[in-house]
Design a protein around this ligand. Structure first.
Ligand SMILES: [Zn+2]
Length: 219
């Protein structure tokens, strides 16, 4: 658990970065939220001035955790074979560009592979995850018709060294540098800039009486 003092120091940097971007509205909201969080007496009701921004040291963590739990539940409903993949992000471009690039690469990889003869099984592969502050994406993969070894081979061939494991209790880190946190707050799009969701090509399971929700929705 990270204490108020560290979070406050991080938030002050984000507020300063937002002011530099000219986004005074968001800078003010994050400041108010910080004062409300730090000044709240133990057991007192939550104040109304919480910013609920993904770039906030406090709200960002709860937002990301809510989404992580939602995505986990959604992908687990896809089938029994689920693997957590850690993918290092590149160094070029800002974080949002890197996430967009990763989404495209994973989708293209799956789709191209599924088109090859004998590989139609790949159509049912789905990805859901979030980018972690350590410059890695934590992606949960549902691959009921593919072995983990096959998945590993394909991802490593196209994305470089990736690590695969059982789902476990891993969660994404949200301690982003101020430049990233401020751009996420400035975008006002919640965790969308950090999110990777790639639906399976076929939404029906073998049991056709069960229809999967096409998209995870978290409020
Ligand atoms: Zn906040």
């Amino acid at each position: 658990m990270i204490g108020h003092a560290l979070k406050r120091a991080a938030q002050l940097e984000v507020v300063a970065a937002l002011a530099l971007l000219g986004d005074d509205v968001m800078a003010r909201r994050l400041s108010w939220c910080m004062e409300a969080r730090v000044g709240r007496r133990h057991g007192a009701p939550w104040p109304h001035r919480l910013c609920r921004s993904a770039g906030c040291s406090w709200c960002g963590r709860s937002l990301v955790m809510r989404w992580w739990r939602g995505l986990k539940q959604w992908i687990m409903e896809m089938g029994e074979q689920i693997t957590l993949v850690e993918i290092p992000l590149g160094q070029d471009g800002d974080l949002r560009t890197q996430v967009r690039r990763l989404r495209r690469r994973l989708r293209d990889l799956r789709d191209r592979h599924a088109r090859c003869s004998g590989f139609h099984r790949w159509r049912s592969v789905a990805f859901a995850g979030l980018v972690s502050a350590n410059n890695r994406a934590l992606i949960m993969v549902s691959h009921k018709d593919i072995t983990r070894r096959e998945l590993h081979a394909l991802l490593e061939q196209h994305l470089g060294p990736v690590s695969l494991s059982d789902l476990g209790e891993a969660t994404p880190s949200t301690m982003f540098p101020a430049s990233v946190a401020s751009s996420i707050a400035h975008a006002r799009r919640g965790v969308e800039p950090l999110r990777v969701i790639i639906l399976p090509q076929r939404l029906f399971t073998h049991d056709t009486s069960r229809y999967l929700d096409p998209l995870p929705v978290v409020f």
